[in-house]
Design a protein around this ligand. Structure first.
Ligand code: NOJ
Length: 586
């Protein structure tokens, strides 16, 4: 390895000495610990070439917007060559750019523009599965059962179906996350049974996403190559898809697991969060630490048991793991406080910094979630989507009010904030997409009974002009609703109290007020009001209640520097508005 360049700081720093002498800690080594990271779903961000699909030059063209927004880093969802069977999480080639989204040169130009603007770059790695168009999978299909080509994936003989076909049933009862079974049977192309139905391959997601066999050394080595490929191109970190799924117990007979979401919390589950997954990420850390500053990484690990989840976030592994606890919580004082408390304590114990997230490309946008009647579940959200957003009728004003308050509560917390494109505009979920426009594999694999995630992936509105596709580019790959105009960036730019201006002000203040990674909970006169203070005196107060509440004694209204409420109403009359957050400067 040669010298690496830190483009954000502009300093070239030597790689760790081959002699083994520890490299000095780079001044930027901890940039990620309290970063505000903005997730870009590239197909839906901005379309520079007018083909209706967002692309990397579109990101470059909007770098000023990102810079003005005040984020520290962007996380790019997959932009690799893909048939888009799962929105790009079906990767054909991990070390290239989908021609519809640009080229490697476009990536380099985008990275240079981001770094020049002081914005770091995180890219998505998808190690659990490739696409069925990946060269290794094509080679596996073209080869006979038992061949080395098949060994990089999970191919197995089926079980007898009792009707005379010895392999007619899938090897196990495992379901796919998107509906249907997790096994697909192939027509053999090679070997003595060429032309007939033969083995089955495992795909925990769509049929087009065959799972890799992580016991295979070539799989492990190839992902190290991919990490180095992007790290050498200057990316600053990685978001690791389905990190908890790589290690699997494939010993025969396969154990029954008819419901994926029931997870055994002791490492003995056949598919998820197995203890042996950690040696994979220890290997990744070695690669990430070849760079100075070391590359950052964050695990997407849907592991509800926090002490197990934190193993992914240890400094000897990825450094951070998403915590989706706030995302899944109702908008309520006790829940928010206890989740924040628990996550901060546990992050500190593991050496990680905590992560916070309300929205991403997989969930109903949070202003819509908070507009539901309290107590609504994922099933309710799915039913609402199936009803085209007509029932129940949502209280959107309330949803947005709560979303803004929740966001300011979260942006004040120690740790990293992960924001999803469009949340700075207060976008709602698009629940009434025409059925023939839906693309999420969930829609197809559930035989049109669950719509899935397209409603949070609708291309962004940049301007108020519908005739102009709201400034997105060409005719978007998912249609934008009329109401996007009023929430467009153009319509909110410079408008006091708009959600965009609130995010800009919050992110600028967050940089200014940032403090050590801890907080102190303060007493408050109401159970609905949560109040905390960072070590430098920065205070955050959220009223989760539906009525205004008294300010705690000792809180000086003159110190309010930001409110999630209507402009001019902050701390009016010594109260804090309903469902409102205030920030107080030290
Ligand atoms: C998690 C990603 O966020 C989601 O979009 C994707 O469908 C699955 N992993 C499978 O890659």
């Amino acid at each position: 390895m040669t010298a690496t360049v830190s483009p954000v700081s502009g300093t070239a720093t030597p790689a760790p000495a081959a002699s083994g002498a520890p490299a000095p800690v780079h001044p930027d080594a901890n940039w990620w610990r309290q970063a505000a990271v903005y997730q870009i779903y590239p197909r839906s961000f901005a379309d520079a070439n007018g083909d209706g699909m967002g692309d990397l030059p579109g990101v470059t063209a909007r770098m000023d917007y990102l810079s003005e927004l005040g984020i520290d880093a962007i996380w790019l969802s997959p932009f690799y060559p893909s048939a888009l069977a799962d929105g790009g999480y079906d990767v054909d080639d991990y070390r290239n750019v989908d021609p519809r989204l640009g080229s490697l040169d476009d990536f380099d130009a985008m990275a240079a523009a981001a770094h020049a603007a002081g914005i770091r770059i995180i890219v998505d790695v998808v190690p659990n599965h490739s696409s069925d168009r990946h060269e290794w999978f094509k080679a596996a299909l073209a080869s006979a059962p038992g061949s080395p080509e098949r060994a990089r994936y999970h191919f197995l003989e089926g079980l007898p179906d009792g009707l005379g076909d010895d392999g007619g049933l899938p090897p196990s009862d495992w379901p796919s996350h998107f509906g249907g079974g997790a096994w697909t049977r192939v027509v053999e192309a090679a070997g003595p049974n060429a032309g007939s139905l033969g083995q089955w391959y495992l795909h925990l997601f769509a049929r087009e996403q065959p799972d890799f066999n992580w016991d295979h050394p070539e799989v492990r080595e190839d992902f190290h190559t991919t990490l180095r490929f992007w790290a050498d191109r200057g990316v600053d970190g990685f978001r690791v898809d389905v990190a908890h799924g790589l290690a699997k117990d494939m010993s025969l007979p396969l154990r029954s697991k008819p419901a994926l979401e029931i997870l055994v919390d002791d490492g003995s589950d056949p598919l998820f969060d197995r203890d042996d997954v950690h040696e994979i990420f220890a290997g990744w850390r070695t690669v990430l630490n070849e760079y100075n500053p070391p590359k950052a990484a964050v695990a997407e690990a849907w592991v509800p048991f926090t002490e197990r989840r934190l193993k992914y976030a240890r400094p000897t592994e990825l450094g951070q793991a998403f915590n989706f606890d706030l995302l899944q919580a109702p908008f309520a004082a006790a829940e928010f406080r206890s989740i924040a408390e628990k996550c901060l304590t546990e992050a500190a114990a593991s050496g990680a910094s905590s992560t916070w997230v309300f929205s991403n490309h997989d969930v109903v946008r949070h202003p819509s979630r908070y507009a539901f009647p309290d107590g609504s579940t994922q099933k309710d959200l799915d039913a609402w989507l199936m009803a085209g957003g007509a029932s129940p009728e949502l209280d959107l004003a309330r949803g947005l009010r709560r979303a803004r308050a929740a966001t300011l509560f979260m942006l004040g917390l120690p740790g990293s904030a992960y924001l999803y494109q469009g949340e700075e505009l207060g976008l709602f979920e698009v629940a009434d997409l025409p059925l023939d426009s839906l693309q999420d594999p969930t829609w197809f694999r559930t035989l049109n009974t669950v719509k899935g995630r397209d409603g949070c992936r609708v291309p962004l509105p940049w301007s108020a002009s519908a005739a102009d596709n709201f400034g997105f580019g060409g005719t978007p790959w998912l249609p934008q609703p009329e109401w996007f105009g009023g929430l467009s960036a153009g319509a909110q730019d410079g408008v006091a109290g708009s959600t965009l201006e609130m995010y800009r002000a919050a992110l600028a203040l967050r940089r200014e007020l940032q403090s050590e990674e801890s907080l102190e909970w303060l007493a408050s006169p109401s159970a609905e009001v949560v109040h905390y203070r960072r070590p430098n005196g920065w205070e955050v107060l959220t009223n989760f209640g539906a009525a205004p509440a008294e300010l705690p004694s000792g809180v000086d209204p003159a110190k309010v520097v930001l409110s999630s409420g209507k402009p001019g109403t902050a701390a009016a009359g010594g109260t804090i508005g309903a469902e409102t957050t205030l920030w107080l400067a030290p």
